[in-house]
Design a protein around this ligand. Structure first.
Ligand SMILES: Cn1ncc2ncnc(NCCc3cnc(NC(=O)Nc4cccc(C(F)(F)F)c4)s3)c21
Length: 273
């Protein structure tokens, strides 16, 4: 493993295949590493755009964070390389593609499928939080589906290491005001909120606080203006779980390990994930 991490990859190491998707900063292609015949996804980012958006540090943080994460429901970032104009991310290939396209196709998921996805995401987030990493950008566009139908969290471009905050206070915690100490904890609960939003969108096909104007969505979020439409029909257990995750007071949101014991998850999630 260490040897491969030391290896300097170049574009010549890969045969590039069809485009898999196009993101804000560049395109993703299926690719085969020539020596091993290993299929990967190669995300090509233009340095000019990264510089223009001043996100180079975020990309470095993503690569650093991802290099320590190993979990079946987290898309691997195997490494990166760059040339004159581009940065290339060497990523695990998710054979069944993007979850948001699947959600658009199905309109909404069954309770069993939704619960199975939510449980596997909860396990991945418990793993991340255990390593003081929060994703902060959990949404359908950042979820991919592996060859066996398993969910993979991708794109840690917005993730942070909660301990960074503590370390920047030159080692000592003593001088941190309560809100600074607390906010590091608070961050971990942002992923619980987002998972609640995701669970709602899996079941209803739309996020709970959607509104025409951004300002209205913002107001609905702050009020936690949570409404469950009569259609599609959704079990009381599912609504109970969502209601316990979408709580304004961060410390009162259902902890992820409690989520895995919730009746709706126990009754509906496929244990294999
Ligand atoms: C579509 N698709 N279908 C199958 C499939 N299999 C694997 N991958 C796919 N798609 C790529 C998924 C990604 C994983 N990690 C990413 N990471 C990222 O894009 N990081 C990133 C970019 C620009 C700027 C920044 C910065 F600087 F702001 F941090 C960070 S994108 C696939």
């Amino acid at each position: 493993e260490a040897a491969s991490e030391k290896k300097r990859w170049t574009l010549n190491d890969f045969d590039i295949g069809k485009p898999l998707g196009r993101g804000k900063f560049g395109h993703v292609y299926i690719a085969r590493e020539k020596r091993s015949n290993h299929i990967v996804a190669l995300k090509v980012l233009f340095k000019s755009q990264l510089k223009q958006s001043q996100v180079e540090h975020q990309l470095r943080r993503e690569v650093e964070i991802q290099s320590h994460l190993r979990h079946p429901n987290i898309l691997r970032l195997y490494g990166y390389f760059y040339d004159q104009k581009r940065v290339y991310l060497i990523l695990e290939y998710a054979a069944k593609g993007e979850l948001y396209k699947e959600l658009q196709r199905c309109k909404h998921f069954s309770e069993r499928r939704a619960a199975t996805y939510v449980a596997s995401l909860a396990r991945a987030l418990i793993y991340c939080h255990g390593k003081h990493v929060i994703h902060r950008d959990i949404k359908p566009e950042n979820l991919l589906i592996g060859a066996q139908g398993e969910l993979k969290i991708a794109d840690f471009g917005w993730s942070v290491h909660t301990f960074n905050r503590r370390q920047t206070m030159c080692g000592t915690l003593d001088y941190l005001p309560p809100e600074m100490v607390e906010s590091a904890e608070h961050d971990a609960s942002v992923d619980i909120w987002s998972l609640g939003i995701l669970c709602y969108e899996f079941l209803y096909g739309v996020p709970p606080f959607e509104a025409k104007e951004h300002s209205d969505t913002y107001k609905r979020i702050l009020l936690v203006d949570l409404k469950f439409p009569p259609k599609p029909i959704v079990s009381a257990a599912a609504k109970d779980l969502i209601s316990q995750m979408l709580v304004r007071e961060t410390s009162k949101r259902m902890p992820l390990h409690k989520l895995l014991e919730h009746p709706w998850i126990i009754q509906n999630a496929d244990p294999s994930g």
